[in-house]
Design a protein around this ligand. Sequence first.
Ligand code: ZN
Ligand code: ZN
Length: 1113
Amino acid sequence: MSIGTKLFMLLIWIGTLFGIGIMIFSRGFLLNRLEIQQKSYCTGDSDHSGESIEGARQSCGEHRRYSKAIIIVIDALRYDFTLYNETLDNKSALPFQNKLPFLHKLRSEKPQHSLLYEFIADPPTTTMQRLKGLTTGSLPTFVDAGSNFASAEITEDSFIHQLHRLGKRITFMGDNTWESLFKGQFSRSFPFPSFNVKDLHTVDNGVIEHLVPEMAEQDWDLIVAHFLGVDHCGHRFGPFHSAMGEKLLQMDQVLRSVVERLDDDTVLFVLGDHGMTRTGDHGGDSREEVAAALFVYSHSILHQETPDMKSVQVASQIDLVPTLSLLLGVPVPFSNLGSIIPELFTLTPFSNQPSSPAIKNWPLHVQSVYNKVGALRTNAHQVNHYLQAYSKISDEFPRAQFALLQDFFQDAETAVKEVLQSSANDEIRSYALLQRSEQVYLQYLNRVKEMCRSMWARFDLTLIILGLAIVVGTCLTSYVLLTHNQNFGNRVLLDSALGTLLKIIAVTIIACLLIGLIISFTIPGLQAHSAILVLTIPAVGSLLNAVVWIAFVSTEMKISYLFKFLTYSIKTVMAVILTLTYAACLTSNSFVINEGYVAAFLTHSLHLVCMCSVGSIFIQSKSSKETTRKKTKTEKSRDIGHFLTNPGTVFALLVFAFHLCVRFSSLFLACREEQNPCQQSELLRPLGTFSDDTGSYRNYRYLMSVASLAFIPASLTFWLNKQGNLNGGAAPVFSVVYALPIATVCICLNWGLQALPQKVLDNLPAWQQVLMPRLAYVMLFVAFITILWNPLCIYLVPREETKKKIQVDYPGEGESVVPKLFNHLKTTWKRNTRQGKLASDDSQDEIRETSPPVVYGLATVFSACWLLLSASVALLIALLLGDGLAPAVLTMILQMIIYLELYAIIRRQQLAPLEVVPDLHHLGMYQVPWYAIATWGFMSSQFFFATGHHATISSIRFDSAFTGFHGDFPPYLYFIPGALITINTFASQIVFAVALPLLLIWPFTRGKMIDRKKDEDRKGELGLHVSNRELRIAFFQIILAYILYNATQLVGAMVSAAIHRRHLMVWKIFAPRFVFQGVSFMVVMVILILLYLLLVKIDRAVSNWLQVLFQDV
Ligand SMILES: [Zn+2]
Ligand SMILES: [Zn+2]
């Protein structure tokens, strides 16, 4: 096994350990609720379905008031959309205000027929989670948010299931999510694709077409109509766009025509499944996202009270489930935790046969309380039954609280029984008792809800600690491996040491895997955890064994290298301190909220420290040179041109430009809900969301985006051309010259298309809407393939005659070949620069006789390939991030390049004293110091925020999944939206990980502004190729160091999530922060491991090329 393979195996091992650690931690931290498959049944229900009846039996029909119901779901109907403010005139009203006048008309003209509620959703506020809650009455848990793209059938009891079971007919139309949730339970359905958020009308027009005709048919008991236009309008334009007003007015029309055709025996529910933020997104738990609206209406009287139009009435979304079930006379679903909306049960139900005729003689207000208590009692019985069943399969309930709840329940029961026995005689006493039991039932139901909410955010501390321990242990092992490799002395022994280490790890993993399997299959109690055991035992075992071997057994790898940090420079110490501070600060909620600013600040500070510590040396050396120069040419120092090209000035300008970039990037920060006051940049809104009267602003902005984007391929072409990489016909050359510019044009055209007025865009044929982004994908893919196929951008001009001149045997890998080749190329290059570069067809014969071979682009053979790769990735993320963020992408690339230039200067300056010992100097060049890694990491955090992201679910840009796609992905293609959203979210982490090797490569070609004359530098990046071994070790180190940097952040996020698991803000701040960190860590690690393979491929290609060259000779 070569050293390259060994290092690769080590990387895989470390990566897997981190993966296992994260997975186990998540298992303990993001717990799931257990689903109970039991169903509710009516008393006296015969067993016609063949299932054994063991669910809760309820007296059905007792509270039935309607025989039919219509549910109209207007997706993302926020509560304030439904309010009507008479003091506003049409002009001053916001686009979403006063756009549902018909609701207002019903409320004011028929107050006893209508009710409006603020309809509070349980986060996560994604449509599928909400539909689950709205039909089953159960609470979601945090993990559920991720399963939105692969919606699974609901197996828990729901009112849809109950109606279907009782032979009622359900007609459905709208969002096809319902179809996948309730397969085969609708007697007629008109599903429409829901994924394409850019499409505002297909679903709505489809529903409108079918809704009224279906109402006229008499073969239904429940109609569900789900409109998506308001939600899609929010995603696309936000609530403050005129399109929202148009959409809401359309919904108003729909409601009007539905209400006109209602009969007296039908109840209408109009509801939103969640709200939306100021930007039109949803998913999180901000007030604007959870506050949806519920409007209930019926032609027959709904309730007796006259509600105050001004006061806000609040209901929980799961309350719909028992309310609807009891109103229609079907059993409340088994797992429901909602409580009925009491106002709807004040009237005497159809089938009321009071146990005592005296009740009929009671005054109306007593009767109404009696009716309410009856419904509450059925509800409470069902909830109690569910609690009992749940506590049988799980011991999660806190015992004391459970007992308390049972007391509450019994208390209410006794009061009700007393009323039933003695009611007739004492009306006043009965009224008091009834009111009391109403309160107690309501309290009981609310407490159960609260207890379950807190319970399903429960944690498994063993798994949390285990996961954390694996991650921390892997961090320490990586650190030891890193410091060991940095020790120059033991290189000879490294091979055998690594071999032994890998053997030990492999043997331990196999042994532990067997142990894990045996344990999990022989001990019955542990079988449920077999997956965890099979993963953890090998992970922990191999980790422990490796540590023990490194610490005590191995003579080659001494733990004493740990103490090498005592000799670190001030820059490194500062970088380590800042890295650790960053990780530690993740435990503070205000830090996480303002992390965007802090990341930029950290980049500033670390960079300044490095600049100051190097700048001082630099100024000294410069001034000493200056003084010598002054003695000879005094007049030159006053020349402005000389001043501008002076290395000191250039250096200072670069530093200034770097800090300017950092400042500029903060323009693109998005606002978190908790940041108040906060003004979000207009640039974060796509052009299409601006109203049409902002013509000139839109034009300027479009031009700016196009210019920013075009700068990337243009500067790449310019640079590679200057370095001579664009000669000849190698495949990557075609990518640079054709594929990237075509991709850029396609992206710009796509942005232009998206900025068209919405109506024009919607009328375009489907293929035209996706053509441009798809073409761009293809071009970027071509660029990527060419890099894989032939990563060398070099061109050898053949010179038949002169080949004899380098008659040397190829000596194999090692030091001697490159200097020989270079000395040769150098001399010939100098002699023939003019001829070689201007070689035209006419003069070629002539030159062929006189000149030796000329190789173009050899000095930048590594960086050319890497710059091409980075530019392709940058274009891809620019496409996904959207037009407004193109300047942010450009800033990111500029800041990266400026940093590379500065770093190259610093690094060369730092290593200058070593130049007397070429071997040491070379080894120094292979090292990438920690301060560079840390700055790189800080910059990647900085631009995560500076591309409009935050570590919150609501800031994920789900619409990026539709760049170039229509939306209706078949299940086997679900990875496409997933991948696109991941690339969009972790754009900056991806770009910085891909460009990471430039930190190693750059100092070889650049940064010689101080002593430009050195001949040795002409080697350029071929200096990297001097030894295969050293290059692979250097690459392993830089990757491991960057993984370690990310892992410190990961540990910070995990520790803070674990510490704050009972914190008020855990689901708002710390849990999302951990989830984001975990995903970004895995993404970065996979990229880095692939990059390692790519670098090895390039290096092999270079050595093959050299071999061929020498063989030809
Ligand atoms: Zn929705
Ligand atoms: Zn939505």
